[in-house]
Write a protein that binds this ligand. Structure first.
Ligand SMILES: Nc1ncnc2c1ncn2[C@@H]1O[C@H](COP(=O)(O)OP(=O)(O)O)[C@@H](O)[C@H]1O
Ligand SMILES: [Mg+2]
Length: 228
């Protein structure tokens, strides 16, 4: 279970004090896919970064399987980032000088997996993202949709409890986007992962089990909320 409890996060900038998240609460269960919807600037990325432990909220708790991630020591939090979470960014963010296989293997090496286990897991994931022969390719040899599939494999490779996808389809055409969401959801379900996808794409919201809508950093419970 993921429990997000009253998360508040402010930024101070040249424009003054800005509340990016204001008392945001929701829960998500393993195997579930939740769309985090909202216009640009509504706080989606900030929320995902707080859940990843990349940013520390001013108030609130994030509890994953009974563990409050902001009560962890710095070392434990680093460990949480390496093992508990997988992230898919808007466009790939693969390491350009590593092969596809080595990109997928990266989180496994950080997690201390053995060479044999890594080879087996990478092979299995290449099959599951329907790129069985792309292991030796470099990222620039792949299409945008293929790159995002590799990014999904990398995010899920180390069997994290939570996969966070920040507008994973934003740089894809409609057909490729739908296929990518289907793949993300299928892999997360098979691995019993909690999947959170930020988006303003109605197709992604429709595919998800549930939508949490944000408006100006708050949960939007208005009837139009899940159309945003
Ligand atoms: N590092 C930062 N410093 C100052 N303001 C920020 C920072 N990150 C985000 N913001 C502001 O917080 C609000 C929410 O941003 P963000 O979470 O990126 O929204 P979204 O991902 O929904 O577009 C925006 O007004 C944005 O300008
Ligand atoms: Mg964003």
């Amino acid at each position: 279970m993921l429990d997000v409890v009253h998360i508040t996060k402010s930024y101070r900038s040249g424009r003054g004090h800005l509340k990016a998240l204001d008392q945001v609460s929701f829960t998500a269960a393993p195997g579930q896919a939740v769309a985090v919807a909202g216009r640009s600037g509504s706080g989606k990325t900030t929320l995902l970064h707080c859940i990843a432990g990349l940013e520390v909220p001013d108030e609130g708790r994030i509890v994953c399987h009974g563990e409050d991630i902001f009560q962890l020591s710095e070392k434990e939090r680093q460990q949480w980032l390496r093992t508990g979470v997988g992230i898919v960014f808007q466009s790939g963010n693969l390491l350009s000088y590593l092969t596809v296989s080595d990109n997928i293997a990266f989180p496994l090496q950080l997690g201390g997996w053995s060479r044999g286990d890594i080879a087996q897991r990478v092979d299995e994931l290449l099959q599951r993202i329907a790129l069985p022969h792309a292991g030796r390719a470099l990222p620039h040899e792949l299409s945008g949709g293929e790159l995002q599939r590799v990014a999904v494999a990398r995010a899920i490779a180390h069997r994290p409890r939570i996969v966070l996808a920040d507008e994973p389809t934003a740089s894809l055409d409609t057909v490729t986007a739908a296929a990518l969401v289907e793949l993300l959801m299928e892999l997360s379900r098979q691995e019993n992962t909690i999947l959170l996808m930020s988006t303003h794409d109605p197709a992604v919201m429709a595919a998800a089990n549930r939508t949490v809508s944000l408006a100006d950093g708050c949960i939007d419970t208005s009837p139009q909320g899940d159309q945003r």
